[in-house]
Design a protein around this ligand. Structure first.
Ligand code: SF4
Length: 161
C-alpha cells in the first residue's frame, strides 16, 4: 500500500456517516473539493454527474418532514408525561434496547427475566419510503401538516398515544 492509498484509507475511515441535504450548494459547502466521490460526506456522483444511488441524501422537503415529525413526537411525549404516563416500557429493535445505556437501570425494577417484564419490540422498517409513509401517517393522525405544524390540532392532555 503506497502513501496515497494509506491516506485514502484514512479518509474513508473518517468520512462522516448520516444523511446530507441533496441541494448542490449544501453539498459544496460541506465538501468544497467534492467532484466524483467525497472524502468527507457519504455522497458520490455517477459518470453523468447525477448523485449516485449509494449517496445518503434527502431533499430539503424530506428534512422538513423529519423535523415536523420529531417535533410532533416530542410534544406528544411531553403531553403524555404531564398526564402522568411514566410506564416502564423499554423498546427493543435488532437486538438493541433502551436499557443498554440507561442511568435508571438499578432502580427502575425492569428485568426481562421476570414475569410481567418484556420489551416493546419495534418493527424494523425496510425502506425510506416506508419510514416517510409512517411519519406522514403519524402527522396526519395528529392533525399536523407534513411540512410544518401550522394545521396542528391541540388534543386534550393524555389523548394522544
Ligand atoms: S433501564 Fe429501566 S428505566 Fe431505563 S430504559 Fe430500561 S426499563 Fe426504562
Amino acid at each position: 500500500m503506497d502513501e496515497e492509498q494509506i491516506w485514502q484509507s484514512v479518509f474513508e475511515k473518517l468520512r462522516l456517516d448520516g444523511i446530507v441535504n441533496e441541494e448542490p450548494q449544501v453539498i459544496e459547502a460541506m465538501d468544497e473539493s467534492f467532484t466524483d466521490k467525497s472524502d468527507v460526506i457519504p455522497v458520490s456522483r455517477t459518470k453523468s454527474g447525477e448523485l449516485s444511488k449509494t449517496s445518503k441524501v434527502y431533499s430539503t422537503e424530506q428534512f422538513g418532514e423529519i423535523s415536523a415529525y420529531v417535533n410532533h413526537v416530542i410534544e406528544a411525549l411531553g403531553r403524555r408525561m404531564l398526564a402522568g404516563e411514566i410506564d416502564v416500557n423499554p423498546y427493543e429493535l435488532k437486538g438493541k434496547n433502551a436499557c443498554t445505556w440507561c442511568g435508571y437501570r438499578s432502580i427502575c425494577g425492569f428485568d426481562e427475566h421476570m414475569s410481567g417484564c418484556s420489551y416493546r419490540r419495534l418493527r424494523q422498517m425496510k425502506s425510506d419510503e416506508e419510514i416517510f409513509a409512517a411519519m406522514e401517517h403519524g402527522l396526519q393522525e395528529s392533525g399536523m401538516d407534513k411540512n410544518n405544524a401550522a394545521t396542528e390540532k391541540k388534543p386534550d392532555q393524555g389523548e394522544e398515544r
